[in-house]
Design a protein around this ligand. Structure first.
Ligand code: SAH
Ligand code: SF4
Ligand code: F3S
Length: 455
């Protein structure tokens, strides 16, 4: 009944977009990149046409990030540039969507930059209606968070387009409430997407020539839908084809289980690379951060990873200068880094986010100059660890999945190893999507170089 009704409605109702052109600009993490693809899909169904040129856009959506203050500052800068575009095209609609929309909601409408639409991460189905409101001269706002929304049945319009590697969102929100983090407030409570829709989306990617999927969520290893937990979901996706590589991001150290490590070890096509954000090496800081594990627990999990997969690359996120961090706490972070020997890391200065537990209860007492010094020490150490990790690859045989042409030369291709390291090598007659066996012959701090091994 309800399906018939929708069809009838659709056939009578003119599409709202009427061929208007939509441009979307994305900041922040992969979740936002995935959401932009959902947004384009929703808007296209309403008759909007996607354009890659901002100058011909009738509607511009900016998908925003609130994770650190500098992320928001960048977006304010971008917003003020929208005024110039508006002068040229007074009918232009500008919308702010994503995490900053959720965090600031009405404040954005009041800004001088001229924002017409504000939509939070769970309100994207409402975007066509909000756009219509804005086209009528009013402001459209929806920042309602949902307990259920996963956009499960919406087929994303792939915008990244190397045609080889794609992302599949498996859950939304976060329940962890790390004390420094804004994400639980901007993205709401954790919910897992139906596993069958996940497998169907991954299979469609494979059938369209994609050879790698990354399963995405803020804390993927707490995925659960009915009887299906994350290890089981990984196995289901890995079973699609041995030619389809599977990765995931991000996992929380507190629940990286042996069951998951066992599944990862069992399937050759599950990549041997784990991003396991430590944040700090000091138990004192980990406790204040509400990370729910200790340094000892973390190191035991690293040992477990090495037991199951001696060849697995481990990467991390680190925060310098969290509230009350002493020199000794900082030294503990450096020693943790040495002990694990991270292949690479994302490293940040602590940035206080209004409304979070640490903003309400702790003092942001480390001076900016001091934060910078600690961060620089962390970065310098990581550079030497990255070089060491790359040098250890020299002489090894590694299979890469070719992603595209090297940035420096058309005669060379680039692809990633299972450990997620980028390798540049001579093209021969290979192409994106091929698996190629290479011998690693050299490296810089960021890239490996390899030679094709004839088989
Ligand atoms: N859900 C993922 C990552 C979320 S955000 C996880 O928990 O692993 C990515 C990274 O940003 C975090 O791992 C953390 O290192 C950093 N981050 C988050 N909030 C921050 C803040 N207030 N200041 C500085 N860095 C922050
Ligand atoms: Fe933020 Fe922690 Fe959730 Fe990651 S796990 S998104 S750091 S609250
Ligand atoms: Fe930023 Fe939101 Fe992702 S705050 S890091 S875009 S979840």
């Amino acid at each position: 009944m309800s399906i018939l009704k929708t069809v009838a409605n659709n056939s009578l109702r003119p599409l709202k977009g009427e061929g208007k052109k939509l441009f979307i600009e994305t900041y922040g993490c992969q979740m936002n990149a995935g959401d932009s693809e959902i947004v384009v899909s929703i808007m296209q169904q309403e008759g909007y046409r996607y354009t890659e040129s901002i100058d011909e856009a009738d509607i511009i959506l900016i998908n925003t990030c609130s994770i650190r203050d500098n992320a928001e500052q960048r977006i304010w800068g971008r917003l003020s540039e929208m005024r110039r575009l508006r002068k040229r095209k007074p009918s232009l609609i500008v919308g702010i969507i994503g995490c900053m929309a959720e965090r600031l909601n009405e404040q954005l409408l009041e800004s001088e930059c001229g924002v017409d639409i504000v939509a939070g991460p769970d309100a994207y189905r409402d975007l066509p209606t909000l756009a219509r409101t804005a086209e009528g001269g009013d402001k459209g706002i929806n920042v309602e968070l949902s307990k259920e929304e996963t956009y499960a049945e919406i087929a994303p319009v792939r915008l990244d387009k190397n045609g080889v590697t794609g992302f599949v969102s498996i859950m939304r929100g976060c329940n962890n409430y790390c004390s420094y983090c804004v994400v639980p407030y901007t993205r709401g409570i954790e919910r897992s997407r139906d596993p069958h829709t996940i497998v169907a989306e991954a299979r469609t990617l494979f059938e369209n020539g994609y050879r790698e999927v990354t399963l995405l969520g803020q804390n993927v290893n707490s995925y659960r839908s009915g009887d299906v937990d994350f290890p089981e979901l990984m196995a289901m996706v890995a079973e699609i084809s041995p030619l389809l590589r599977v990765r995931f991001a991000t996992s929380h150290p507190k629940d990286i289980s042996d069951a998951l490590l066992e599944v990862m070890a069992r399937y050759d096509n599950i990549c041997k690379s784990i991003h396991l954000p430590a944040q700090s090496g000091s138990n004192e800081m980990l406790k204040k951060m509400n990370r729910k594990y200790t340094r000892e627990w973390y190191l035991e999990r690293i040992a477990a990873i090495r037991r199951y997969m001696p060849d697995c690359a481990i990467t991390t996120d680190l925060i310098a200068g969290f509230c009350g961090e002493t020199e000794e706490d900082h030294a503990q972070t450096l020693s943790l880094m040495r002990e694990v020997g991270y292949a690479s890391a994302f490293m940040f200065k602590y940035s206080e986010r209004p409304g979070t537990f640490s903003a309400r209860h702790f003092e942001d007492d480390i001076e900016d100059g001091e934060k910078t010094r600690r961060l620089n020490e962390i970065i310098a150490l990581q550079n030497s660890l990255s070089v060491a990790s790359n040098e250890a690859e020299i002489g090894k045989l590694r299979e890469v999945l070719v992603e595209g042409t090297s940035k420096r030369s058309d005669a060379q291709l680039c692809g990633r190893t299972s450990q997620n390291k980028m390798v540049v090598f001579d093209r021969h007659d290979h192409q994106p999507g091929d698996y190629v066996m290479l011998r690693i012959t050299g490296c810089s701090s960021a890239t490996l170089f390899g030679e094709v091994v004839e088989q």
